[in-house]
Design a protein around this ligand. Sequence first.
Ligand code: ADP
Length: 254
Amino acid sequence: EPPAGKDQGEIVIEVRNLTKRYGDVLAVDSMTFTVQPGIVTGFLGPNGAGKSTTMRMILGLDRPTSGEYWLDGQEMSKLSADRRALVRNQKLGFVFQSFNLLPRTSALENVAMPLSYTAEHLSEREARSRAEVMLRLVGLGDRMDHEPSQLSGGQQQRVAIARALINRPSVLFADEPTGNLDSRTSEEVLTMFRELNEGSGITIILVTHDPNVALHAERVIRIHDGVIVDGGLPPIAQPPEMRDRPGTEAKGAS
Ligand code: ADP
């Protein structure tokens, strides 16, 4: 059954004993945490800690070896790949370190792109107008017809953020969003996340290896070697056979 609190809309994401094994590597080791709506949550850990693997599972891009997670009350690991893709397109937005914009394509067209992947059918005019609103929101109202190569790194990331927001997701995932930006531009982008959060109340998950980036989060979940070391919840009791976790020794002490 869905975790307590769902009906009140108090929890956007709840993860229980989420585990991902790649052969002998336990990339994510029984993580249990919640992400409350409306705040910026940092997901902090060194390279190889399991951050991307966790995010890929929550985004429905990768299947857990075991464990469960709920998104807005829906148990995701039980859905088919098609259903997960639909939920992802409707409820989740994501930006990455590499901006992943289409080259030789205007900022406006890049931002409007996800609209064609949803069930909601907008006319070309409506799509354009919604993309314009998003680009103005990220301060690029005067760059709509520019192609990625004509924009700075910070501007490209802002286009990616506008694209991530176009379907009005409940959660925005940002995986090392400032990894390719200089420190001044990084601060601008991180400030923008905070402003978006304060303005619209959108839930933001800020994934990073950099403690300075995590300072922009209201709450930080710290992970190491696939395990939450701070900011999570105690693991939920599970059957003894699931506690047998060969492979953890090989990863070294933290
Ligand atoms: P982070 O995002 O924190 O840098 P990752 O989630 O990328 O960490 O990786 C966690 C662990 O899982 C690492 O030991 C990594 O080598 C391993 N890993 C990640 N993806 C794969 C994969 N597709 N195949 C095998 N091992 C993987």
